[in-house]
Design a protein around this ligand. Sequence first.
Ligand code: ZN
Length: 401
Amino acid sequence: MSSLSIAAYFPFRRVCISTQSVAAQSDLAVVHVVPDRRFRPVCHRCGTAGTIQQHEVRSIRDLNFASAQMHLRCSYRKIYCRQCGQVVVEDLGFFEPYQRVTTRLARTLHELCKVMTVSDVARHYGLDWKTVKNIDKAFLEEQYGQSDYEGLRILSVDEIAVKKGHRYMTVVIDYVTGRVVWMSKDRKKKTLDAFFAGMTDEQRQRLEAIAMDMWQPYIASVQEAVAHVKIVFDLFHVVAAFNKVIDKVRISEKAKASKEHKDVFRGAKYLLLKRNVRKKKARQHLKQLLDLNEMLMKVMLLRDKLPRIWRYRHRWYAERALDDWCRLARVVGHPAVAAFADMLERHRKGILNHCDYPIHTSKLEGINNKIKVIKRDAYGYHDERYFALKVIQAFDPKCSN
Ligand SMILES: [Zn+2]
C-alpha cells in the first residue's frame, strides 16, 4: 500500500479521488471525488445502466478525518433510466440520493444516538440536530417500523404523559420479556384498537392477560377485541391512581386549614406521594403534617394498607382484604376516598385476577422510569413517532445498549 495515498480511507468502488485540500487550521478537509469512468452509471432505484443526461456536483459530509470535518465534493451524473422511465441520480454506492451525508457517516450517527443525545451528536459533528434526528429516525423506522407481535402472552398497557395533562401516548409491553411491543399517541379506545388490529387471529388467541390502569377506554378495547383475555388491575397502577386521591385530599384540607397551619402544607405534595421519606427533616415535616391533620393521616394509612389486597394468591383472602379496605375507606368521610372505594368495587374482578397473574410493581415501575429518561432526550424534538421508536429500540433485548 502506498504511504502517500489517502485512497484507502475512501473504499468507494465507483469513484476516484481527484484532488484534496486541508484548510490552514486543519479543521476542514475537502476531497474531490469523480465517477470512475470504468463503470457505466446505474440507476439508484433499480440498478439498471442508463444514459448520462447532466453532470452535477454536491458536497457530502463524511466521517471526520483526524481533527478535520471531511467534506466530499462529489461529482455525479443524472441519468435516464429506461426501466424507471425517468431521469434519476446515479448510484455511486456511498450516499443515498437525497442525503447530505455518506452512508457510513449516517450509520455512525445512528450508533452514537444509542448512547448520546441527538443534540450532543449534532454538536460533535457540527450538524443540525434535525439532520441527525431524521437520519436516526430513518434507521429506526427500518428496524422497528413494523411491530413484532410474536410470542405475546401477558401484556401490560400504560399511558405516558408526554405533556402533562395534555398529551398522552399508549405503550404496550410484553410483560414476560420486558420488550416494548408498540407505542402510539393518545390513550383512547381506538388507540388500543389499532394495536389489536395489527395482530393475526392466532396471535390474539394466544394472549392470556393484560395488566392495566382502571381506564375505561382500554378496558372497552380489550373487551371488544380480545374478550377471552383477563384484565388485571395491578398494584402499580392502583397506587398511582390512589396518589391522585391523596393529592385531592391534600388540596381540600389545605383550603380548610387556618392561616398558620397552611404553612405546614407548603411543600407537602411530594412528601405525601413519596414511598420512603429518608431525610430526617422531611420525615419531621411529614409527621408534623399528619399530626395536624387527621384526614390526611387516615388517607396515608389507607395507602399503606392498599398492598395487602395484592399480597394474597388465594382469591378468598384477596377478596376479604379488598372488602376490609373499602369499608375503612368509606369511614374516612372524604368524597374522593369514598369514590375510590366505589371504583375498586366496580373493578373487583380485574383486581382479583392478580391472584392468577401476579404482575410485579417493581418491574412496571422500572420500565416506566426508563421511558421517562428517554422522554427527556427524545420528546424534546416534539416528534412522537421518533420518541416511540427510541423507546422500542431501548427495550429491544437484541440491542446492545
Ligand atoms: Zn431505474
